[in-house]
Design a protein around this ligand. Structure first.
Ligand code: MN
Length: 380
């Protein structure tokens, strides 16, 4: 039986690399791409459709949809948010969610409901609604397989058994501002923040890496994925990005997953879990190439990390507010409307304004997300 894969966000960084993995994996005939979905990038999407010949495709942008219809008159093509749910849950074994933002949350929940495993590259899903998503996945016996490199490292180190983990040591490169002063960071422009030392990623996540908000979101993601309390998730600054994360077991043994930085490995592991296969292999790893260094995070210089921990600890709607306000603020920063300090201010103030709801429903979460976005948009 072939493993059927549907990809949300196939033209983005993770989506593109997922298709590279599938082209190069050992026994590639064991996998089949049944669905491809993107926002609007036809230049990348059309060659993907020709190469992988999916049964169905979905495109968000309506103008692009009309062009695609002309290009592939016989192919089943859908568009719009409602049809995305239908598309995501149709005859597939794995849904890989590699879109940015909040659009993947409802399709992910719908897929879980239909017993489809999730390869999760969209952190927002767990940051916004981790309690609901993990509860539903547990009830259905559905696997949530992390594609994020740190969480994949934790999964690989644990072998899938999380209850003997005492502490999670989640590594962070520290981003481009690691050795800058607070003043230099505050004055930085988007172009400075986009120079990430080790990873080539989308713009939003690159800015999040520069403020350490990305690590904050990953702490929340880890809390939900591995069911570990926040005081047992520790961030370690490790600029070389060789140790992708580690776990300390209840007996004190520390197990880490290490290697040259590559997203192909976590993507492939999510698709082959719990097995491993040959695939794209980077240069053999050597312990002699780099000196590995480690330091604790500086919460004064990078307040976003602290704010994220606090929002995670409060739970309820707060992580969703954090995520929404940050997302809007990051795009304002990319547009040159605010500086890094502005991102911090917006996120802090949005959280202060949010009204606590115990055990929020999905509707409560979307409402909090909407209010936080409005607030962030109008803040100046
Ligand atoms: Mn990551």
């Amino acid at each position: 039986m072939k493993k059927r894969i549907t990809i949300l966000g196939s033209t983005g960084s993770i989506g593109t690399q997922t298709l590279e993995v599938l082209e190069n994996i050992e026994n590639k005939e064991d996998f089949t791409v049944v669905g491809l979905c993107c926002n609007s990038n036809l230049e990348k999407f059309i060659p993907q459709i020709k190469k992988f010949n999916p049964k169905k495709v979905h495109i968000n942008d309506f103008e692009a949809y009309k062009k695609l219809k002309k290009e592939f008159p016989k192919l089943e093509i859908s568009t719009g948010v409602d049809d995305l749910i239908e598309f995501s849950t149709n005859n597939t074994d794995i849904l890989l969610t590699a879109t940015t933002g909040t659009i993947a949350l409802k399709p992910t929940l719908a897929a879980i409901n239909k017993n489809i495993d999730i390869a999760l590259a969209n952190k927002e899903t767990l940051v916004m609604a981790g309690d609901i998503v993990m509860k539903n996945a547990k009830e259905k016996g559905v696997k949530i397989l992390p594609v994020d490199s740190e969480h994949s490292a934790i999964l690989q180190s644990s072998g899938g058994d999380f209850h003997l983990i005492d502490n999670i040591l989640i590594t962070a490169s520290g981003g481009p501002f690691l050795n800058k002063t607070t003043k230099e960071i505050e004055q930085a422009k988007a172009i400075d923040a986009l120079k990430h030392p080790n990873w080539n990623m989308g713009k939003k996540i690159t800015i999040d890496s520069s403020t350490l908000m990305n690590k904050g979101l990953e702490v929340i993601e880890a809390h939900h994925l591995f069911n570990i309390p926040y005081n047992k998730i520790k961030v370690v600054i490790h600029p070389e990005s060789i140790i992708h994360s580690a776990i300390e077991m209840v007996d004190g043994s520390v197990i880490a997953q290490i290697g040259n930085p590559s997203m192909h490995i976590p993507i492939q592991y999510a698709l082959t879990y719990p097995n491993r296969k040959k695939g794209i292999k980077s240069n053999s790893f050597s312990f002699f190439d780099k000196n590995l260094t480690f330091s604790p995070p500086d919460y004064e210089k990078f307040p976003c990390l602290k704010i994220a921990y606090e929002a995670g600890l409060k739970g309820g709607i707060y992580p969703a507010v954090l995520n929404a306000a940050n997302e809007v603020a990051v795009y304002k920063f990319l547009d040159g409307k605010i500086n890094i300090k502005g991102i911090i201010d917006i996120v802090e103030k949005a959280l202060n304004k949010a009204i606590e709801i115990k055990n929020p429903t999905l509707e409560d979460i979307f409402e909090a997300d909407k209010i936080a976005r409005e607030f962030a948009k109008n803040y100046n």
